[in-house]
Design a protein around this ligand. Structure first.
Ligand SMILES: NC(=O)c1ccc[n+]([C@@H]2O[C@H](COP(=O)([O-])OP(=O)(O)OC[C@H]3O[C@@H](n4cnc5c(N)ncnc54)[C@H](O)[C@@H]3O)[C@@H](O)[C@H]2O)c1
Length: 380
């Protein structure tokens, strides 16, 4: 049977533009789906960079203004891979024209924007998803399966770190490609939005809603040169580090740490969950492994075991290679896209939806409010 086409219009050709282009190209080869994405058009402002990008990845056409892309009748889904301050306007425009909307994380600059985005996609009745791709790491999906199977029993602790080290030098500039992350007007927030948002999404998905938080942030480098204009300097207004405690609705306690100042840590996105019957530990730097401690094992052979998450019965793995052959970072986006397409086809919905990502945005914002006010904040 001929597959239904899904014409994609993507905005941005940076880091995520590459990751998503790769997903659109590969998903139909590895997953048996009714829909086949077509790389219809990509938009960004700089045509000198956009044209070679489009040729390299096989995009059929280009636009230098995202508004023209959103207005095109031949586009079914708009995929937002541009910086955080563009998400809201593009999503609202896309929804108003009846397009499905995929959006990179964090959903928005702040909760007010995020609420409007949820209202817009829900009023338009269009499918929507935020690319919290770490849910689609097979080992993290397996953790969710094991928690659902009751293997941990009652959960006591959730412990999360997201550690990088690339902004320690005072010479790292802010603003412009990639480094818009350090500029408040464009990023909205610092590591709380960039890194902790991933940790919060994973935590809520594994351990349920977060009810209240108590946070602490710091700006270690207070001023930086401006990218492209090194004689100019600008105050840093985003959080360099964000640490917080959390109370989950299921009664468990959580601790979270996100920083770009952990020398030697490149992308250490890890969590440990401690339950009455057992514990789980995951670290993205060993992303094909899940550590498991089972208290029900006979006491003389108890100990942490390493599950190599590459067997056919592990989440997503039957779509990839033979057991023992690991998959990597880029596959998490392909898995996410496959889930989105399956959700459309089955009618079971697409996750995490904008509404689900709003819960993450509210948690991030509560952490920053808590740090500012030095008090516990309830997450609305
Ligand atoms: N899911 C993840 O793990 C993950 C990882 C990295 C980034 N992100 C998110 O993806 C988004 C993009 O980040 P990135 O790392 O790809 O950034 P990037 O700087 O590498 O690329 C951004 C792209 O957006 C384009 N752009 C900027 N302003 C634009 C505008 N007004 N109109 C059209 N195009 C515009 C730029 O030209 C560039 O092509 C951000 O929201 C970021 O938080 C998510």
């Amino acid at each position: 049977m001929a597959k239904k086409t899904l014409n994609v219009g993507m905005i941005g050709y940076g880091f995520m533009g590459r990751a998503h282009s790769n997903a659109y190209r590969k998903v139909s080869q590895f997953f048996d789906l009714d829909h086949a994405p077509v790389l219809k058009a990509v938009a960004a402002r700089n045509s000198d960079k956009l044209e070679p990008f489009a040729r390299n990845w096989g995009w059929e056409s280009t636009e230098t203004d995202w508004r023209r892309l959103v207005d095109r009748d031949d586009i079914d889904v708009i995929d937002i891979c541009s910086p955080n301050n563009t998400h809201h306007e593009i999503a609202l425009a896309a929804a108003s024209r009846g397009k499905m909307v995929l959006c990179e994380k964090p959903l928005a600059i702040d909760v007010d924007e995020a609420v409007e985005m949820v209202e817009a996609v829900e009023a338009a009745g269009v499918a929507n998803m935020v690319w919290f791709n770490y849910r689609r790491v097979p080992a993290i999906s397996l953790a969710r399966q094991m928690i659902d199977e009751g293997r941990l029993g009652r959960i006591f602790h959730y412990r999360s770190t997201y550690l990088q080290d690339w902004t320690i030098s005072e010479d790292v500039p802010l603003g412009g490609p990639t480094l818009w992350r350090l500029e408040k007007e464009v990023a909205g927030a610092g590591v709380s939005g960039d890194l902790a948002s991933h940790s919060i999404d994973t935590a809520i998905w594994l351990n349920g809603p977060i009810e209240s938080v108590s946070g602490m942030t710091e700006i270690f480098v207070k001023e930086r040169p401006v990218q492209g204009s090194p004689s100019e300097r600008k105050a840093v207004e985003i959080d360099d580090v964000c640490t917080f405690m959390a109370r989950f609705s299921n009664g468990s306690n959580g601790t979270f740490e996100a920083t770009r100042y952990a020398r030697g840590r490149k992308n250490k996105n890890s969590f440990e969950v401690n339950g009455e019957k057992g514990s789980l530990y995951f670290d993205l730097e060993n992303m094909h492994q899940l550590q498991y401690f089972n208290h029900d094992d006979p006491s003389h052979i108890q100990g942490w075991r390493t599950i190599m998450v590459t067997a056919f019965e592990h989440p997503y793995m039957k779509n990839w290679w033979v057991p023992g052959c690991v998959i990597g970072y880029e596959h998490t986006f392909i898995n996410a896209l496959a889930d989105f397409l399956k959700g459309l086809e089955s009618g079971e919905g697409t996750h995490p939806s904008f509404r689900e990502a709003l819960a993450t945005q509210k948690t991030q914002e509560a952490v920053l409010d808590s740090a500012r006010n030095s008090e516990w904040m309830t997450v609305d």
